[in-house]
Design a protein. Structure first.
Length: 151
């Protein structure tokens, strides 16, 4: 199952598409694609977010987890992609620390300690220091007591 990219802010340049995909064994893969012909360098913070799912759809994120992987955008290490290049990065939702916001002012916790059980929409978000953002489509995930995760 693949969730397509759904949004970017008006100031989001370069043209980058984010996608989350669920593998056959329950693994999650982030895909970052430069859809322009020109090379790009994306200097930003990368987050996974969890938002409650309601009858009206997903709400604002309840939990944020900053993802610091060398193959995803970071403030200190820009992601460089050639024109039309796509990069895939496996993600482990249990290895990141979840917080109720992205301020860095609250301590992060493991999925088991920091996220209440329930059904959520998982998204990948990239936000730069100028406020531009890119967001993937959502995947529905269920967090159980003890941090168990099903897709």
């Amino acid at each position: 199952m693949v969730a397509s990219a759904v949004a970017a802010s008006r100031s989001a340049s370069p043209r980058v598409v984010l996608t989350l995909a669920k593998g056959t064994r329950g693994a999650i893969t982030a895909k970052v694609e430069n859809v322009s012909d020109q090379p790009v360098a994306l200097e930003a913070r990368t987050y996974l977010t969890l938002a409650r799912v309601t009858a009206e759809g997903a709400q604002e994120p309840m939990y944020w987890a900053e993802v610091n992987l060398p193959r995803l955008p970071q403030p200190s290490l820009p992601l460089r992609l050639a024109g039309k290049q796509r990069m895939e990065v496996p993600l482990d939702l249990r290895s990141v620390l979840w917080s109720p916001d992205r301020s860095g002012m609250t301590a992060g916790h493991t999925l088991a300690r920091g996220v209440l059980p329930g059904e959520y929409e998982l998204q990948l978000q990239v936000i730069n220091e100028r406020g531009a953002w890119w967001r993937s489509g959502g995947l529905t995930v269920k967090v159980s007591t003890g941090g168990g995760l099903t897709f």
